[in-house]
Design a protein around this ligand. Structure first.
Ligand SMILES: [Zn+2]
Length: 242
């Protein structure tokens, strides 16, 4: 084989490998979405207007192919080569207002994972951060979701910082989540840490229970590690970036 041909083949292989590079998987998290901001029911850090949110998803779809959280983690576990830019959409806290955008996401074929606190599914329980009680998705509404576009994950029994609970308390909280959510047809064994806080102990407990931890660490996901990183996309964070 002549040198010219070898060089040509080499270039061809390099080009092919470039195409097969391991592109990052971005996992986004949002919280409340409603038409109008209400300071008694929302916090600046966890809110987007419906209009902004929809536009943001449309823009992302020009850059990314949206896949489900499970698919993304499977890809990471197998370290598959990825040429496409993938993204995953997740939503924490389970505010009732989020139900109104599920049909929009379904229409645009954007899978979404809802991380909920089972304690608030009664529609009465209150979180201390809000002066009024924001309406949460109720047990009845949650169990009426059968769409293949939606999956349900855990966000603690109550919205407590996992690192401020004892190991026993944290384990009990996870057990309660599993008990109340695992019979949902769209349940997945993923746990999004509240406030993004975790410790070695909480990680160990999740690992024992074969639950995948989900962080809010601003990281992109490349190769396999235990857990999956996320970036917040509520209006507050995106405005800060500008
Ligand atoms: Zn939360």
């Amino acid at each position: 084989m002549g040198m010219g041909r070898v060089r040509k083949m080499f270039r061809k292989v390099v080009r092919k490998m470039e195409k097969m590079r391991l592109s990052p998987i971005e996992v986004f998290v949002f919280h409340a979405v409603s038409d109008k901001y209400d300071e008694q029911l929302n916090m600046r850090v966890d809110w987007s207007s419906t209009k902004d949110f929809k536009q943001r998803i449309i823009n992302y779809q020009q850059r990314y192919t949206f896949i489900s959280l499970e698919q993304a983690y499977w890809m990471m576990c197998h370290d598959l080569f990825r040429s496409k830019k993938y993204a995953v959409l997740t939503c924490d806290d389970g505010f009732e207002s989020v139900l109104q955008i599920i049909p929009f996401l379904e229409e645009r074929k954007v899978p979404v994972t809802l991380f909920v606190n089972p304690c608030y599914l009664d529609g009465i329980s209150k979180r201390k951060e809000y002066s009024l009680n924001p309406q949460y998705i109720t047990h009845k509404d949650l169990f009426s979701i059968h769409s293949e576009n939606v999956t349900i994950g855990m966000h603690g029994y109550e919205h407590n910082d996992a690192t401020r609970l004892s190991s026993d308390q944290f384990e009990e909280s996870v057990n309660k989540c599993i008990n109340m959510l695992s019979n949902h047809p769209r349940y997945i064994s993923f746990y999004a840490y509240t406030w993004g806080n975790y410790s070695e102990q909480t990680q160990q407990i999740l690992k024992q229970k074969k639950v995948v931890p989900v962080f809010t660490d601003g990281a992109s996901n490349y190769r396999f590690h235990y857990g999956i990183g996320r970036k917040p996309i509520d209006s507050y964070y995106l405005k800060k970036e500008k």
